[in-house]
Design a protein around this ligand. Structure first.
Ligand code: GLV
Length: 303
């Protein structure tokens, strides 16, 4: 029941310590694997070329929140994503920062500051703003709670429409009314066939004029040219992106130079190594005992 960890050396150091303390066998890096038949679990961001080299593999654990970088799992191998409060909180914090920056006209003031231009625009209070969160998983629900506390009127949009206490929830087929009441559109969706290219002209067209976009999902969900057209038309006032397609965004991409767009290099959240290792131990325990794997990815839904 050995776990193979693939990743940076600092993560290897922390995981080795946690696994040693727990008395659980672990090897770090594929080069250290002496007997592939002993490997039952692999934790990684980028998976090995050939998962079939490990005939007794039971689970692959993504060391991040996303799993869109993973290939299709061989029959009998479960895919799990890391559940770690560190990622949830950090992405929530980034979304909060971006939402407040956009809501309080920071892109405009940054551009003015570069010119030494002291001009004020009418400020708005949070309680006058309607936030719409696409994706109500762990991060979406945490973000919704924090933004509700700040006074925003928060609603969410999710595939299932499962109720979330304290906010209005719109189902997949209620996208139009959800967007029509959204001034700050936040995307926290996982990348699937259904969400690829979702942030596009029809979606921007359903927002009230002057809405802002906060994107912390995946780059491939956003049609950048559609965003540029929406910014030019005034449907969108500004956008803040932590994810792009491709990553890194090329140096000469127009969005870097556009004062209405603020980009950060996919730094929203990072799994704390110790939390990641402890989650992996929980997965191994559940697998051994035949229980539900924490963070199990639904094969068909893709998240
Ligand atoms: C980051 O994007 C992650 O999926 O953890």
């Amino acid at each position: 029941m050995t776990l193979l960890l693939i990743g940076p050396s600092e993560r290897g150091r922390v995981w080795s310590q946690v696994f040693e303390e727990a008395g659980a066998p672990m090897v770090f890096g594929e080069d250290a694997v002496e007997d592939p038949t002993a490997i039952e679990h692999i934790a990684c961001w980028n998976p090995p070329e050939e998962l079939r080299c490990y005939p007794n593999l039971k689970t692959v654990i993504s060391t991040g929140a996303g799993v869109d970088q993973m290939p299709e799992m061989p029959e009998g191998v479960a895919l799990v994503r890391t559940l770690a409060p560190s990622v949830d909180e950090m992405v929530r914090d980034w979304v909060l920062m971006a939402s407040l920056m956009l809501y309080r006209d920071m892109p405009c003031y940054l551009a003015q500051a570069a010119e030494g231009d002291w001009r004020a625009h009418p400020p708005q209070r949070a309680s006058a703003g309607r936030v719409g969160i696409m994706g109500l998983g762990r991060i979406g629900r945490l973000t919704a709670a924090t933004m509700t506390d700040l006074g925003f009127e928060v609603a969410g949009w999710s595939r299932s429409g499962t109720p979330v206490p304290g906010i209005g929830v719109y189902r997949q087929d209620q996208l139009e009314p959800f967007l029509a009441r959204t001034d700050v559109l936040i995307c926290l969706l996982p990348l699937t066939d259904e969400t690829k290219g979702l942030l596009s002209t029809p979606v921007f067209g359903m927002l009230p004029p002057g809405a802002v976009l906060v994107h912390a999902g995946r780059g491939a969900q956003l049609d950048m040219e559609a965003m540029r057209a929406a910014l030019d038309e005034g449907t969108l006032k500004a956008a803040m992106l932590d994810v792009t397609e491709p990553e890194p965004l090329p140096k000469d991409h127009w969005a870097w130079q556009d004062p209405r767009v603020v980009i950060t290099p996919h730094i929203g959240g990072q799994t704390d190594s110790e939390e990641g290792a402890r989650h992996a131990l929980d997965v191994i325990r559940a697998s051994r005992e035949g229980g539900d794997l924490p963070g199990l990815v639904h094969r068909k839904k893709g998240y």
